[in-house]
Write a protein that binds this ligand. Structure first.
Ligand SMILES: CC(C)(COP(=O)(O)OP(=O)(O)OC[C@H]1O[C@@H](n2cnc3c(N)ncnc32)[C@H](O)[C@@H]1OP(=O)(O)O)[C@@H](O)C(=O)NCCC(=O)NCCS
Length: 182
C-alpha cells in the first residue's frame, strides 16, 4: 500500500535556498513536459528561481499560502498556492495557482492531495469561494472535475504552449468551508 502523501505549508523558517532550488526543479520539469503554466520552453533556471523568490516573498508578506509535498528523500515533488490577497470587495475569494507535480511523482494521488490541502487551507484562512484556470483539455481538468470544481467556460487561444502555438484556458470555481455565497 502507498503511504498517503504528506503536504506541508512552506513557512518563513524554511531553508529558502533549498526550497527555491527544488521548486525550480518541479517547475522546469513541468515546462519540459509541455505544461502551459505561464512560462516558455526552455525555462532558464535563473528565471525559475526569480519566480519562486517572488512567490516566497509574497507568502512571507501573507499574500499567499504555498503548500508542498516531499518525496521519500525529502525533496519537494509537488506544490500548489492559495492566493489570499484580493481586491477590497472580494475578501472571501481565493485563487488556486501553480499546481505542479514533478513527472517522477505523478499518477499516485499527489495532485488530488495537494488540491484537497489547498482547499482546507483556504477555508481555514476564511475563504469560501475559490477560482482557478487551467489549460483546456489538460490532465488537470479531469482532476478538478473529480474534486467537485464547477466548470465555467473556456477562453480560446488564451495563452501559448511552452513550445509555441495557442492554447485555450478553462475557468473553474468551487465553494469551500462553512461560508455561503450571499
Ligand atoms: C495536473 C497534475 C498536477 C496532476 O498531478 P498528479 O499527481 O498526477 O494527480 P493525481 O495523481 O491526483 O491524478 C492524476 C491521475 O492519476 C490517477 N491516479 C491517482 N492515484 C493513482 C494510483 N495510485 N495508481 C494509478 N493511478 C492513480 C488519477 O485517477 C488520475 O487519473 P486521470 O489522469 O486518468 O484522471 C500534474 O499532471 C501536473 O503537474 N501537470 C503539469 C502542470 C499542470 O498542468 N498543472 C495544472 C495547472 S492549473
Amino acid at each position: 500500500m502507498t503511504a498517503a502523501p504528506i503536504i506541508s505549508r512552506l513557512d518563513s523558517s524554511a531553508d529558502h535556498d533549498a526550497a527555491i532550488d527544488q521548486l525550480s526543479d518541479v517547475l522546469i520539469d513541468c515546462v519540459d513536459g509541455g505544461a502551459s503554466v505561464s512560462f516558455m520552453w526552455p525555462l532558464p533556471r535563473d528565471h525559475a528561481r526569480a519566480f519562486w523568490r517572488g512567490v516566497l516573498q509574497s507568502a512571507a508578506a501573507g499574500e499567499r499560502i504555498v503548500l508542498v509535498s516531499r518525496d521519500a528523500d525529502g525533496l519537494i515533488d509537488g506544490t500548489v498556492q492559495v492566493v489570499l490577497a484580493q481586491p477590497d470587495n472580494q475578501p472571501h475569494r481565493g485563487d488556486i495557482a501553480k499546481m505542479l507535480v514533478h513527472r517522477r511523482s505523478r499518477k499516485r494521488g499527489l495532485g488530488a492531495a495537494l488540491m484537497t490541502a489547498a482547499e482546507e487551507a483556504a477555508a481555514l484562512a476564511g475563504k469560501d469561494l475559490l477560482v482557478l484556470d487551467t489549460v483546456t483539455g489538460g490532465d488537470a481538468e479531469r482532476l478538478y472535475g473529480r474534486l467537485g470544481w464547477q466548470r465555467v467556460g473556456e477562453i480560446p487561444g488564451y495563452a501559448l504552449w511552452p513550445r509555441g502555438g495557442r492554447c485555450g484556458t478553462t475557468l473553474y470555481f468551487k465553494t469551500v468551508g462553512e461560508g455561503a455565497i450571499d
